[in-house]
Design a protein around this ligand. Structure first.
Ligand SMILES: [Zn+2]
Length: 212
């Protein structure tokens, strides 16, 4: 008799701990909707992970408010084929990767903004670009976490974190955890073909200098 009471108690304790763990890590049973975000359990878990990854971006978020983006006008595949070069189309729409060291911006040291080649949204700035030695333009942080999206990519044997434009979903590249340790530790390895560089004007350069 005594034994069975203990058994029930143990079960209750376990259920309580399990529920507490689920809540604490932001998980909910699959298929349930999160009232606050409208995300399913799986989506919410992914969102938590992505937010954790991009948590180091908060420092530059205030600057993001001052950047103007062109209005977003979604394009059809036919329109994209017309407006993009073959390599720009292959990279942004089919997630292909351009050749290292034989692309436009891997060694670009000019000050300015890197915008999405498809929709023009500003994604990265020269301030977080660093020399990675990979032959692709590399950054340790986007302008803000809202401007990019991520998903896990299994194209190679090992899973990689894919990065795309949050507005038009153009594929940009991948993010790895071997970036500068004194910064975010992230390396956003991007394709030049997915980007349009906009050099800083004298006006924006002096505004930046004043901020420092
Ligand atoms: Zn875009």
């Amino acid at each position: 008799m005594k034994h069975s009471i203990h058994h029930v108690d143990a079960k209750r304790v376990f259920a309580f701990i399990f529920a507490a763990v689920l809540v604490s890590i932001g998980l909910r049973p699959a298929g349930s909707q999160d009232a606050a975000t409208g995300l399913s359990g799986a989506d919410a878990a992914e969102a938590v992970e992505v937010n954790a990854d991009a948590s180091a971006t908060t420092e530059s978020d205030s600057d993001a408010d001052e950047i103007e983006d062109p209005p977003y006008i979604p394009k059809t595949v036919a329109q994209l084929q017309k407006s993009l070069s073959p390599i720009q189309f292959k990279v942004t729409q089919n997630e292909e990767t351009e050749t290292a060291f034989r692309n436009k911006y891997w060694d670009n040291k000019k000050e300015g903004l890197y915008r999405c080649i498809v929709c023009g949204q500003a994604l990265f700035t020269s301030e977080t670009k660093f020399k990675s030695g990979t032959g692709w333009p590399s950054f340790y942080d986007p302008i803000s976490k809202e401007r990019i999206g991520m998903k896990v990519d299994f194209r190679l044997i090992y899973p990689r974190q894919e990065v795309h434009c949050s507005r038009c979903e153009a594929h940009l590249g991948h993010v790895f955890n071997d970036g500068p340790k004194d910064k975010t530790g992230k390396r956003y390895c991007l394709n030049s073909a997915a980007l349009r560089f906009e050099e800083a004007t004298e006006k924006s350069k002096s505004a930046n200098d004043k901020k420092r």
